[in-house]
Design a protein around this ligand. Structure first.
Ligand code: 3H9
Length: 688
């Protein structure tokens, strides 16, 4: 017995309870006493059945991720599962909360699984760049069939208790006292008598697998993996489960696991797992939060509508305000259409659609915002307009209401100071489409009250956002770094690269698309308008816009698009235009390789991140990674720009930045002192 594992044995029914808060991870200090307890119960003639349960809020949520990368201490999880399979008396896992990863693998070592109605069961290892390494790839297909197992393991998405029951993973679902029912179930099995067949020997669900259908399904998943190794390893392991004898498939799973766990991609994905949780730790997080019941949104355009949907999806009643009835009706109609599309795709029930729509109240009168506890403006990106809106808000919002701006660039301090209550003001920078994108930059203004920040951070979690607190500067963390990433784009073209070459360098790196494809998708006129407002120019992009080439929406941009298609087709007209501009400006053209493209776009990205850290705009390097992975598509297998800097070699980055700085004299290439320090010490910490 230990504090992490206890055994209660009544009338031969043993209940082994794991107690390792917060999520009952299967750390060494759990595995050792668990192994000992199970060995003793196996050998105890008075014990007739064994139930494994967990204390606290969940069944074991997996192996202890903090132990990866360190020497494995015995007994390993695999040894515990193997031990379970030597027990002749019935073994039952009593599952509540989430049985994930190694937790589910432990349950798969039992003869039976009894799940609470609200439980979720899954193998999410792929999200950490891994595959289930405790026999999950070999045992799960034996219970649910190869196709279902492949889907669960490659997606990492958990399934409900009822789905688990229907699939053959759970033997019973309990709506009530889980432990009592699991003990009753175990007793019943003991009375019926064995032999009880361990999962490893149940081959009937696998026997009928059509290998060619399976391989086609696996190939489709491989296509979507975009350079990530783990999904492919998952598919290979399940393939092995079908084709190899159990022990050989198990050994092969082990080899794949060892390869992945020591690789950069899994290190990067584990870094992101902890980075997201770190980002939530903000000063004042335990302060008393303000009560948020109703949320007001000003502006029913794409952004405002998306933000409103994000809150309605989180169960909040929303007041949506527009200047006129026509714009309001257009906004509400768009929201209705979006929900209808979700219903037609099967991702939302008709009942949920109606429930969400019932949360919306449209208005054209600012006075209707008086009962809102949080008001977010999502109007035109212009300081004068924003100040006017905040002036009106100041007059109507109730005392204590939080006032937020969705600005993506503007000075939140100046906006706050235009009100009589700057302590209540902050930025909430959502990403489009706001009801889908997970990232939220919470912009802490100079006078924002700590409990306002804590309230909004808590709220973000409640509506399913990954929130990162950032400071005030032009573009905050994400857009400021995006400007640095894109600063060389036109120079690269003028010097001889084509848009397709630049985009390919990005997609080969693992981005979902390159900057020119992205521009065509978003609409080139947006950047054009912004440049004009700021008196800036971009020789090639401006010419495209003057020709009406706004991207996908006009069928032509950096690429051509055949009618109805979103597939970019390289356009010789663009290549000719670039050549002509280069000649006009006297820029000599040459071959530009992928390495140079990465150096001149992603090294400045990292460099700007270092400057942002130095200035205290972001609190941690890992916060920047969270922003870039969740908001801008930075490949998860590389862990975000600041983590990737370590993989790439910060010394090399500094050296090449210095080279490009000498060549061009441009400030984006001047290495930040913190980047140089990182190259020397391996630490992103700004001081000390
Ligand atoms: C695996 O099992 C491999 C095996 O196949 C093979 C082995 C050989 N380990 O998320 P939360 C911490 S791989 C260590 O905020 P929630 C987390 O960092 C694993 N720590 O709570 C945080 O710490 P802090 C497969 C863990 O209620 C605290 O617990 N399993 C682990 O929002 C609370 O976490 C997974 O991938 C862990 N496994 O969500 C599941 N899990 O407070 C990973 C959590 O210091 N976990 N922590 O910041 C989750 O998905 C969520 O934590 C869960 C709870 C849904 C369980």
């Amino acid at each position: 017995m230990s504090s992490s594992v206890s055994v209660a044995n009544q009338h031969g029914m043993a209940v082994v309870t794991i107690d390792n808060p917060p999520v009952n991870a299967l750390s060494f200090h759990v595995r050792k006493p668990l192994y000992e307890a199970l060995t003793a119960l196996r050998d105890d003639p008075a014990t007739r059945a064994i139930v494994i349960a967990c204390a606290g809020r969940t069944f074991a949520a997996g192996a202890d991720i903090t132990e990866f990368g360190k020497p494995v201490e015995q007994p390993e999880l695999r040894a515990i599962v193997a031990l379970l399979e030597t027990i002749a008396k019935p073994t039952v896992a009593a599952i509540h909360g989430t049985a994930l990863g190694g937790g589910l693998e432990l349950a798969l070592g039992c003869h039976f699984r009894v799940a609470d109605l609200g439980a979720k069961l899954g193998l999410p290892e792929v999200k950490l760049g891994l595959l289930p390494g405790g026999g999950g790839t070999v045992r799960l297909p034996r219970l649910v069939g190869a196709a279902k197992a492949l889907g669960m393991i490659v997606s990492g998405a958990p399934i409900s208790a009822e789905e688990a029951k229907a699939a053959g993973l759970a033997d019973a679902v309990v709506d009530g006292d889980l432990l009592a029912e699991a003990v009753r179930f175990a007793g019943e099995m003991a009375r019926r008598g064995g032999p009880f067949v361990p999962v490893r020997n149940r081959n009937d669900r696998l026997a009928g697998t059509d290998l060619s259908t399976f391989d086609a399904q696996a190939a489709e998943l491989a296509r979507k993996a975009r350079g990530l190794e783990a999904p492919l390893a998952c598919a290979e392991a399940v393939h092995n489960a079908i084709t190899l004898p159990f022990d050989e498939a198990l050994a092969a799973e082990r080899q794949l696991f060892l390869r992945l766990v020591s690789g950069d991609q899994s290190r990067a994905q584990r870094h992101l797992f902890f980075a997201e949780r770190e980002a939530a730790k903000i000063p004042g997080k335990d302060l008393q939060k303000r009560r948020i019941v109703r949320v007001g949104i000003i502006g029913a355009g794409t952004m405002g509508g998306g933000i409103a949907m994000a809150f309605a999806n989180g169960g909040f009643p929303v007041t949506l305000l527009e200047t006129g009835d026509e714009a309001l009706q257009r906004g509400l109609a768009m929201i209705e259409k979006n929900y209808a599309v979700s219903v037609s795709r099967g991702t939302l029930t008709e009942e949920a659609r109606q429930q969400r729509l019932s949360l919306f109240k449209g208005s054209t009168d600012h006075a209707d915002l008086a009962d809102c506890d949080l008001i977010i403006e999502a109007v035109f990106e212009d300081m004068a307009v924003k100040k006017q809106v905040f002036g009106k808000l100041d007059a109507v919002a109730k005392p204590g209401a939080i006032l937020a701006t969705n600005t993506s660039y503007l000075d939140v301090d100046a906006i706050a100071d235009s009100t009589s209550r700057p302590r209540d003001v902050l930025g909430m920078h959502f990403f489009s489409p706001a009801n889908v994108m997970k990232l939220l930059e919470i912009v802490r203004a100079e006078k924002t009250a700590p409990e306002v920040l804590a309230t909004v951070a808590d709220l973000a979690r409640r509506i399913g956002k990954v929130a990162v607190v950032v400071g005030v500067c032009h573009g905050f963390v994400g857009n400021r770094m995006l400007s640095a990433r894109g600063a060389e784009n036109e120079f690269l073209l003028l010097e001889g690269a084509t848009p397709a070459q630049v985009d390919k360098a990005f997609t080969d790196f693992g981005w979902p698309m390159g900057p020119f494809q992205m521009g065509d998708l978003a609409g080139l006129d947006i950047g054009w308008r912004n440049r004009k407002a700021r008196g800036q120019t971009a020789v090639i992009a401006d010419t495209l816009c003057e020709q009406g080439r706004f991207g996908q929406k006009t069928g032509r941009g950096w690429y051509r698009y055949d009618s109805g298609s979103r597939d970019p087709v390289a356009d010789p007209e663009i290549d000719a235009l670039i050549r002509a501009k280069a000649a006009e400006l006297g820029v000599a053209q040459r071959e530009i390789g992928a390495d140079e493209i990465i150096e001149r776009t992603l090294y400045p990205l990292v460099n700007e991140g270092a400057k942002i850290l130095e200035e205290g705009i972001a609190a941690r390097a890992s916060d920047i990674d969270v922003v870039w992975v969740n908001g801008y598509g930075f490949p998860i297998g590389k862990g975000g720009p600041m983590f990737w800097a370590g993989l790439e070699g910060a010394g090399r980055i500094v050296e090449r930045l210095e080279y490009w700085h000498a060549q061009t004299g441009r400030a984006i290439f001047e290495p930040a002192p913190l980047l140089k320090r990182f190259a020397e010490t391996g630490s992103w910490i700004a001081s000390g």
